[in-house]
Design a protein around this ligand. Structure first.
Ligand code: ZN
Length: 586
């Protein structure tokens, strides 16, 4: 299919997009057909080979952040994520950026600040993210590149505007003021008139309002030059998979824009081929320049990182007219061997326990097979609840599904890697101490409304209280949905509540204080009974201590064997008696 483009005379730009790798560079045990870092490198090199005979074709590989937090290789290395960044230097990315899961790891960010210079193409761009120690941008603010076919590419990378800046050694500026700043307008006036395409690389879910508003702002800024520049919006963070023509502005469809988002953990990739034609522009102040317009925007439909054909599509190998077995390049095979050696060294596949049941992470706490329920009603009392604190107030876990779990606990053996993939987040256990029952209930309601997520849509304290009073009368409704924050009982009859949360969530929950009339009660580090504080480590310890079913299973088997022996003996006795009786009566 790629050959189709070789006969065209207009320049074309291949944009390959991956994001949210989350340490997932070594494939998936439960879906072995899905790709790994080797598949990505092979794909890149196959496209490169394929277009090498066409001087009109060029290629860019873009990563949109969140390389950290997700697997044992990422989470258990001495500096979290460092092994992942190291392996990623083997893939020739043209532009990369950081996401919230990179920024939330201070040691990783300190490591990456120096280490980013080892990436061969200097890909890191952080347009609105700064490094506190230097006060400078964490990476270069933008990238401008003239491709081998003459296409001039202008690229920026943005991180979503923070609810609060919770990152320890980095700082993210709000997007709108960044793009409306004098600094950006100077860059724009220099580069807008000598660019053929604009890559808007954003660690923001493509369907989020901020993604749309940012694209509108960029379009408006280029309108000041009277230039409908082709724009590729590269989204991330929500792990969705799609490519779509950008949403209309004022009812007008923008054919010079496409948006892509490409899932997570190298399960998917997006590949879009832009064909560009020269386009003369006259600015409102009468300056003439030549830009580009898109004559064709072609996204490949099959977006799974799967080499061989499947029910869903032809597979990636078919794109190059090669057999799936010959898809991997030599470099990819060598890289994969290196990754496997590291995995063996870290021993990520050691079995740490076994589960008799499956616990589903997307099920509310009221279901027996809910992961939240397991966490709140089993892990919390076993490893967290503090006996001394318990004498005074109810110990009350308040657990956000989104930022605690990422996968179901599957029935069967659990490896170290499985455990980290289930709970990849490394947050400290903290608590909001001594909250009155009515206020605790109110805060839980506040959290589930996710009001902190809607600070652009400010709600008055009175209006919130109205909603809360209504909610109290229909509180069973929450049982039917997965709440943002789960709750382990809803009687609210304790004298007071210690609301156990994490250093990440406490910032969001305390935003609800003013709505629930809470003053003081500053969050504190929770002294856990096990002495283990971090969420990922708590889960690993829980599996090791309480899900070690092997011995019990053996006993169970022995018991069964005993039963069989007893039954056999009984049968023999019966046979003997019958035989005696038979002969006696004969
Ligand atoms: Zn993210």
């Amino acid at each position: 299919m790629l050959q189709l483009y070789l006969c065209l005379l207009l320049p074309e730009l291949h944009v390959i997009h991956v994001s949210d790798i989350h340490g997932g560079i070594y494939g998936h045990k439960d879906q072995p057909e899905l790709g790994d870092i080797g598949t990505l490198l092979s794909y890149y090199q196959r496209v490169q080979q394929n277009i090498s005979s066409n001087p009109e074709a060029a290629m860019l590989l873009i990563g949109t952040g969140d390389d950290c937090e997700g697997t044992a290789l990422s989470g258990l290395s001495e500096i979290k994520c460092s092994e992942i960044y190291k392996f990623l230097t083997n893939v020739p990315f043209d532009m990369m950026t950081v996401g919230n899961h990179d920024l939330s790891q201070p040691a990783s960010m300190e490591f990456l600040h120096e280490f980013q210079h080892n990436f061969p193409k200097k890909p890191f761009v952080t347009t609105n993210t700064f490094y506190n120690r230097t006060g400078e941008r964490f990476s270069q603010p933008f990238k401008y590149q003239v491709m081998s076919n003459g296409i001039r590419v202008f690229m920026i990378s943005l991180m979503f505007s923070p609810t609060q800046n919770d990152y320890q050694n980095t700082y993210t500026q709000n997007i709108e003021p960044t793009l409306r700043s004098l600094w950006f307008s100077e860059i724009l006036s220099e580069y807008a008139v000598k660019s053929d395409i604009f890559l808007l690389n954003m660690h923001i879910g493509t369907l989020e309002p901020e993604s749309h508003s940012t694209y509108k702002t960029i379009r408006a800024l280029f309108d000041e030059f009277n230039y409908k520049i082709p724009i590729h919006v590269l989204g991330a963070h929500d792990h969705l998979v799609f490519h779509v023509i950008c949403p209309p502005i004022n009812g007008v469809v923008d054919k010079n824009c496409i948006a892509t988002e490409c899932g997570q953990m190298l399960k998917n990739l997006q590949h879009v081929v832009w064909t560009l034609a020269p386009h003369n522009v006259t600015t409102p102040v009468g300056i003439n320049f030549t830009g580009s317009t898109a004559t064709n925007v072609f996204p490949f439909e099959f977006d799974e990182m799967i080499v061989a054909p499947t029910h869903a599509g032809e597979g990636l190998a078919a794109r190059f007219n090669i057999f799936p077995e010959s898809f991997d390049t030599e470099d990819a095979i060598i890289l994969r061997i290196q990754v496997q050696a590291k995995i063996k060294q870290v021993n990520v596949y050691q079995v740490i326990g076994a589960s008799k049941f499956t616990y589903v992470y997307e099920k509310g706490v009221y279901f027996n097979d809910s992961f939240q329920r397991l966490w709140n009603l089993a892990l919390m009392p076993a490893l967290v609840f503090n006996r001394e604190l318990q004498k005074r107030c109810y110990q009350f876990p308040i657990t956000r599904v989104d930022n605690t779990f990422r996968k179901d606990v599957q029935q069967g053996n659990i490896t170290l890697d499985d455990a980290v993939r289930m709970v990849p987040f490394s947050f400290n256990t903290t608590y909001l101490p001594n909250i009155e029952p009515e206020q605790a209930q109110c805060l839980y309601f506040w959290g589930n409304l996710a009001r902190w997520n809607h600070d652009h849509d400010v709600i008055s304290v009175e209006r919130f209280q109205e909603l809360f009073q209504k909610y109290k009368q229909t509180s069973n409704e929450t049982a039917k949905i997965v709440p943002f924050y789960s709750v382990s009982n809803n009687t609210w009859e304790g004298p007071c509540y210690d609301m156990i949360t994490t250093n990440y969530e406490e910032k969001r929950l305390t935003m609800g204080y003013k709505y629930c009339g809470i003053t003081g009660h500053e969050p504190k580090v929770y002294p856990t009974s096990s002495g283990i504080q971090l969420t990922d480590e708590l889960f690993i310890e829980f599996i090791k201590r309480y899900f070690n079913q092997n011995e019990e299973d053996e006993e169970f088997e022995n018991e069964n064997e005993q039963k069989i022996v007893i039954t056999l003996i009984a049968a023999l006795w019966l046979f003997g008696i019958l035989a005696i009786a038979f002969f006696a009566f004969k």
